[in-house]
Design a protein around this ligand. Structure first.
Ligand code: GLC
Length: 636
């Protein structure tokens, strides 16, 4: 039996009264206006805030990781939120039901607290509910940027919300609305594009995740439609994709006008859609750390843009602030809370955090008004999200996780994300589409049959990994499914000249690219194709007609000799679990649709090289480039 039923059936009123228990219960309940779902949200906030102690208020401003989230800590410290860091799961290959059991456990502890304030459980569902085994894995944002399809991204948000809710979580740390200006950045693939207008267009993920606000929804006010939607998080505010050399957590050196025009514009679109939370960036703006920049977090985001949801810190961001000499963790708490951070993703050392935090408020260094503003914002999102009425998971959603319609949507996204950079050694004789009934096909390369590589970072684990990490279809699986019964498919991970002795392959499909990476681990000044991918292609292309499929989170160095040798080149970005979307197009059932979301440089010496760069824009392939080829199918 879920907790809500206990609350209604067993009123816990002990005072004597002539009222019958049910009437007495509702009378008591009405005194607790904050528990009345029919009361206006702002009235519920004020009522609850008036009942909270200082300890409960700062507890609500605290987000802790599941690995340190004991029931007693959640209950006794009135913790506001629990999260799973990237890949932090109940156990390996845990499915949605396992997750829902875990999250409901934390929630019941919160409901046992003095005021019964529910927690928000947050996960990085950044391309589907990617921590959970069996969930649908969508292309990463850079591939979605190549589609230029805002409605597709909205639909992906809707499906992602269902699969996240099925696991019991009401909060996704998405969308990342970074405008990535340099492919050397390890988070380039989390960005939709180098172009602000493309990123702005893709912010429809917010409406997909949270639902469509009604006409006249108040500006800046958070919105959430219902139990099949999740709280979204626009991140990372602001300028995370514009750092010098693409250094992750680095310094964005730019005028305020350019910061607003290039990097801040997508946040206006997210706020206009009622985004509930915004996550601060680790990076700095002209040397000022975003997490302690009151001008940007409060005067701009809250005052000028009117954002009335939660500003949440990033993971251990306060710890990374106090490294400068002369400062310390206490100072980091002071500077970030006073700058406008409302909830701190601590995430482990919450006892120390709460101790220092309490001391700072009691000393008056952090004004009570700042605490009340932060807690009001937190309670606002919790009330709007319906967490007081429906705090626990909805198990009826379990059946939709990884269901065929969801996978078909991911397949459509893969199709539309593919960018065709070369089609035929002689432009008059296109190489694609491939013949499904060819006599013999060689499929080769490190990325042809590795689902982990095809999904990239933020999948199953934080960094991503190799192998059959979840349910899904690799490129090799998809080719075997689609070719004619008389067609022979040979797979060779690492082809050598011996692969070809006595063989007469009609053509080869070679999949190469990047291994998964995440955040600073992905920063790369050289951007060469890993695993000797170029040499591997050479072995094949010297002997048979070859299509290369590049699996990558960003543009990489393409040597002229490589481009010369191959017959066709398709960039599939990080496609996720449904790679039939690739064979749908290379075998001609659907047309190519994708266009480059990032400029494709000739040499890393040119970087940063993006549209809007005034002089010397001399790319290998320009932003927006993408060939099409005559196909029987439509481009959907
Ligand atoms: C990470 C990322 C952020 C993510 C958060 C929680 O370090 O910067 O995008 O949402 O921590 O995992």
């Amino acid at each position: 039996m879920t907790r809500q039923l206990q609350l209604i059936i067993k009123p816990r009123i002990t005072t004597k009264s002539s009222l019958n228990p049910p009437l007495e219960y509702f009378a008591k309940k009405m005194e607790c206006i904050y528990k009345d779902p029919n009361a206006p949200v702002e009235t519920r906030i004020k009522d609850l805030l008036s009942r909270m102690t200082l300890q409960e208020k700062i507890g609500q401003m605290t987000q802790i990781e599941r690995r340190v989230a004991t029931p007693s800590a959640i209950k006794d410290r009135c913790i506001g939120s629990v999260l799973s860091g990237g890949g932090s799961k109940p156990f390996d290959k845990a499915n949605s039901a396992d997750w829902a059991d875990m999250i409901d456990g934390f929630q019941n502890a919160a409901l046992d607290s003095r005021l019964g304030i529910p927690i928000i459980y947050g996960v990085d569902a950044v391309h589907g509910n990617n921590n959970v085994y069996g969930a649908t894995i969508f292309p990463h944002n850079i591939g979605l940027g190549a589609t230029r399809d805002a409605d597709l991204v909205r639909r992906i948000g809707e499906v992602t919300a269902l699969e996240v809710r099925a696991s019991g979580a009401p909060y996704a740390f998405a969308p990342c609305v970074a405008v990535s200006r340099d492919p050397r950045w390890g988070r380039c693939y989390e960005s939709y594009s180098e172009d602000t207008e493309v990123v702005r267009k893709m912010t429809t993920l917010v409406t997909g995740l949270q639902g469509q606000p009604p006409e006249g929804h108040p500006k800046g006010y958070p919105f959430l439609a219902g139990r099949k939607n999740v709280i979204a998080c626009a991140k990372h505010f602001v300028g995370d994709g514009g750092t010098d050399y693409g250094t992750n957590e680095g310094n964005t050196i730019i005028t305020y006008d350019d910061l607003e025009r290039i990097h801040m514009a997508p946040y206006l679109d997210c706020i206009s859609q009622g985004v509930c939370t915004v996550m601060a960036s680790y990076s700095s703006w002209n040397g000022s750390k975003l997490h302690s920049d009151r001008f940007l977090l409060t005067e701009i985001l809250k005052d000028k843009l009117g954002f009335k949801g939660i500003v949440i810190s990033d993971w251990e961001a306060l710890d990374r602030l106090y490294i400068p000499p002369g400062s310390n963790y206490r100072h980091s708490i002071l500077s970030t809370i006073n700058a406008g951070i409302d909830m701190v993703m601590v995430p482990f050392r919450f006892e120390l955090f709460l101790e220092e935090f309490l001391s700072l408020v009691e000393s008056g260094e952090i004004p009570m008004a700042r605490i009340d503003d932060a807690v009001e914002r937190i309670l606002r999102v919790k009330f709007i999200a319906g967490l007081f009425e429906y705090p626990l998971s909805d198990r009826s959603l379990l059946d939709v996780v990884g269901c065929k319609p969801h996978r078909e949507l991911a397949r459509e996204a893969v199709r539309k994300s593919l960018v065709l950079l070369k089609n035929g050694k002689d432009q008059k004789i296109p190489f694609l589409p491939l013949d499904k009934n060819a006599k013999t096909i060689l499929v080769a390369g490190t990325h042809a049959d590795d689902l982990g590589y095809l999904c990239g970072g933020w999948t199953a684990t934080w960094e991503g990994t190799s192998g059959r990490i979840t349910d899904g279809t690799t490129i090799l699986d998809a080719i075997k499914e689609v070719v004619g019964s008389k067609t022979e498919v040979t797979y060779e991970l690492n082809p050598s000249p011996e692969t070809f002795s006595g063989q007469d392959f009609s053509y080869a499909v070679v999949a190469i690219g990047e291994a998964p990476y995440v955040e600073t681990g992905g920063d790369d000044p050289e951007l060469k194709i890993p695993f000797n991918g170029a040499e591997l292609v050479s072995v094949v292309a010297d002997r048979v007609p070859t299509l290369v499929i590049l699996i990558t989170g960003r543009p990489l160095v393409l040597e002229p000799w490589l481009l010369e040798k191959i017959d066709a080149l398709v960039v599939a970005w990080l496609p996720g679990s449904e790679c039939q979307g690739i064979t749908d197009v290379i075998f001609g059932d659907y047309a190519f649709h994708g266009r480059l979301p990032m400029t494709w440089f000739k040499s890393v010496d040119q970087l940063p090289l993006h549209i809007g760069k005034q002089n010397s824009y001399d790319p290998l392939f320009p932003f927006g480039f993408g060939l099409t080829c005559e196909n029987k199918g439509d481009s959907n």
